[in-house]
Every structure is written in C-alpha cells, then in structure tokens.
Design a protein around this ligand. Sequence first.
Ligand SMILES: *Cc1c(COP(=O)(O)O)cnc(C)c1O
Length: 227
Amino acid sequence: MSVSQNLDRVRQRLRQAEQRFGRSPDSVALLAVSKTQPAATLREAWQHGQRLFGESYVQEALDKMAALDDCAIEWHFIGPVQSNKTRAIAENFHWVHSIDRLKIARRLSDQRPDSLPPLNVCLQINISAEPQKAGASFDDAQALAVAVSRLPQLTLRGLMAIPAQQTEFTRQRALFNKLHRLFDRLNVAGLQLDTLSMGMSNDLDAAIAEGATIVRIGSAVFGERQK
Ligand SMILES: *Cc1c(COP(=O)(O)O)cnc(C)c1O
C-alpha cells in the first residue's frame, strides 16, 4: 500500500465514523504522525493533500521542516516536552499537544516569538492514571488549564490523551468518554476549548464517537514504524 492509498483509506474511515456517530462532516481533522518517517515520505503525503503533521522528536522535526520549507505544513509537536527543547518548539511549531505542567507552558509562552501568533496548545491528561505515563492528573487539570489559558503567547485549545491499549470498542470509548467529560466540565467552568486530540490508528472510531476533533494517525498512514 502506498502512502496515498493509505491516506485515502484513513480519510474514508474518518468520514464514515463521522456519519455513523452523528458528527458533522469534516469535523475530525487528520494529523499524520510522521515521527521516524523521512522527509520524502512526508512530501508524498503533502502532495496527496495532507497538511497537518505530528512529530515527537525535536531535532528530527527541525531537519524535516528545513527539507520541506516549500510546503505549507502545519506542524504539531506531540512528544514529551523537555525544558531544554522549549525554545526550538516555541519558534518552529504551530501546535503542542503534550503540555502537562505549568513550568513547560510558561517557558513556551516566554520563548514564543512576538512576530508569530500565539502557540496553540493542548493539555495532555493521563486518563488511564498509569503511573509511568506522561500527562496531568484529572485532579490537577482545571487549575492547570486556568493557569495556561492566562499565558499571553499560548492559546489553550483543548485536551489530549494517549489511553492504555484496549482492543475492545466499548472499553476504548469509556476511556475517551472520561476526557470528553473533563472537556465539557472545563468549558462549563469558563474555558473556551474547541479541541479534543484523541484517537490513533487502533482506536480512532471510538475517539470519533466520543467527540475527537483531531485524530493522530501514524501507522495506518505510513505503515508500521521501524523499531
Ligand atoms: C506515535 C504516536 C501516535 C500514532 O500512533 P499510531 O498507532 O501509529 O497511529 C499518536 N499519538 C502520539 C502521541 C504518538 O506518539
């Protein structure tokens, strides 16, 4: 299968899931997760109409940005954010999905150049409460959201999660429902969130059923990653 064919199939899956779960047409955006893929492969996807790309490693992403600077790509950072990488992220990305503490958010806001629009960010929430996993806890989410929403050079757009692996649809959906309910609760509390970043190759239908607005798809677009 080529990247173009995979993209067609994933797009079709998204449109079918939107219909099946009563979502508006095109309300779910496809973020192509291109970590470990070479720039030429991203270009192939770009030529087939893909515009949103997600990367997890800063230096790898910067190299691809340089190789693809003739393409109007929207770059999303989805990996763990280390303090010593915040400047490169603030200067080069359009979105960060993986904010889980205020210190990192402050650095990104301070280091975001004034010449650029505010950086779009999501809070990563540890919905399965797995101790070894990144993400803010449910209990901390509201205070963190309020604090991040006040940072001048960030725009808090929503929430992101990477749930524990589940194969069963109802279990996948139950986890995404927790994020969805938190999202609703924060909006009732006065935050203005419009983004739920959830769903990967193996659970995108359940995520769309629960209101995902961005699904992050790697292997279904690019094939299995080399380990
Ligand atoms: C790698 C990755 C994905 C994509 O996973 P696939 O199972 O290949 O679709 C999505 N989100 C994050 C945060 C990732 O690191």
